[in-house]
Design a binder for this molecule. Structure first.
Ligand SMILES: [Zn+2]
Length: 224
């Protein structure tokens, strides 16, 4: 069994530039392909701010519509990426057939009901059937689906199904644990609640022992 827990430093890696297949640390996929929407987005953001009663000419807000446009373009950039682009060239033939689990993968997404962040950790496992994927690709795969307007349930299922389709493994297990700003800052204002979702495919769904093994490894080292 291979278990990987990623450190903060590993999150700082440059993102791939899908348009030419090279790595470019300064320009992300989303800024390459979605720049065209930044101008109308900035205009809409200016409308939003002035509707809120803000003075767009005060010093702190002068560039805010542009910054909002850039941030939103980046945070929804996953919809311009494809799983094929992200995994391309990183699927290898291997005889290893035990569970591969990358746990505690940090992610940030936006809830589609309030356009407020939800964030947390994902744990992604699969049982290879002749093919393995480069370990750093699993966090990237997660970002494809996290960087868009989402609900946690769909995010979990989409990551599992994408991995199933890409590798055709004997099974896939994905668990997502997240905190939602729409619950923390507004509504019920519960700061300490965590929402847990999981998607189990193939042998993980059919074999309780395997499912329990996944769960116990995910919980190892937790205080809560
Ligand atoms: Zn929400």
């Amino acid at each position: 069994m291979a278990i990987v827990s990623r450190t903060e430093a590993q999150w700082q890696q440059p993102r791939p530039n899908v348009s030419n297949g090279t790595t470019n640390g300064s320009m992300s996929v989303s800024t390459v392909t979605k720049t065209s929407i930044e101008k109308p987005l900035a205009a809409a953001a200016a409308d939003l701010l002035s509707t809120l009663g803000e003075d767009l000419y005060r010093e702190g807000l002068r560039q805010t519509p542009q910054r909002m446009a850039k941030a939103l373009t980046y945070l929804t950039g996953g919809s311009t990426m494809t799983v094929k682009d992200v995994l391309n060239g990183a699927i290898f033939t291997e005889r290893y057939d035990q569970m591969v689990l990358v746990k505690d993968i940090e992610f940030y997404s936006l809830c589609e009901h309030h356009v407020l962040p939800f964030y947390g950790r994902a744990h992604i496992a699969y049982l290879p059937a002749g093919k393995v994927v480069g370990l750093s690709k699993l966090p990237r795969l997660l970002d494809v689906y996290a960087r868009r307007l989402q609900v946690q349930e769909r995010l979990t299922q989409q990551v599992a199904e994408a991995l199933q389709e890409a590798l055709n493994p004997r099974g896939v297990a994905v668990m997502v644990e997240a905190s939602h700003f729409c619950m923390m800052m507004r509504g019920v204002e519960k700061q300490n609640s965590t929402t847990v979702t999981s998607a189990l495919l193939g042998e993980f769904r059919d074999d309780p022992a395997l499912r329990n093994e996944f769960l116990s490894i995910v919980r190892t080292g937790r205080n809560t």
